[in-house]
Design a protein around this ligand. Sequence first.
Ligand code: ZN
Length: 296
Amino acid sequence: MNNIVCIREVGLRDGLQLIRSQLATSTKAEWISQQVKSGFGEMEVTSFVPAHILPQFFDATEVLSMASCLDGLCPSVLVPNLRGGKLALGAGAKKINFVISVSESHNQANVRCTTEKSFQMLKELITESKEEQNVSVTGALSTSFGCSIEGDIKQRKVVHFAERMARLGVHEINLADTVGYANPLSVKSIFTDIQSAVGGIPLAAHFHDTMGLGLANIFAAFEVGVTRFDSCLGGLGGCPFAPGASGNVNTEDTVGMFNSMGIDTGVDIEKLIEVRRLLETWLPKEKLGGNLIKTF
Ligand code: ZN
């Protein structure tokens, strides 16, 4: 088993995109800074999408530039297309998550183009990113474990998409259970298949807790060698085009689970709980979840 896992906070992106409350830029800055102090080395801090689609991210450039100044943090950003990718590069992004849904219908709903078009744009983004120094591009595969529009997603299609991303030269592949349909067996099966298909490219996992299986799925992925996990403080999150998708797997609970097994996450849980308490004051109208918090 691996000794060290990396938990990547995605609350500022996935967590904020569905909620009605608008966080001020200065509050986002405070959130990032406090969570870095608790030991987080990676946070997805924003998304480069048009503000009329997701107004929460109107300040993407500013948030990224602030996050880029913090010692010890690798801020990542999500982009839905080449335009967003170019904006992110222009703003100095060093880690860019380019999202493609395995489900054709979800891709159309989420990023408004065919998956073929998305792959073309990913290829161009990787070419452009090579002109900058030290930029890594992650291929994020949404709906890898099922889709609220198309239902079942064939595992061989997910593997095929991952292979295409690997051939294009992505630095990491992130399998997202966008709606929360994964279970521990499907997680083990798909990650094992993809590992043998793409060789040494690091894999990451992004689970939603719709069915209450988030932590079980994380542990299942960990057991087959995955060490990079997305999660959201307070279990915020969802997908505007995946009806019924509940929050992301909870960050505090994820850290707590690994801590209880003696597996290092690099996170100081006491400090992380303080950030979670702050989040409650920043988002008083949002219902936050989690179990570990009840013991503090
Ligand atoms: Zn998500």
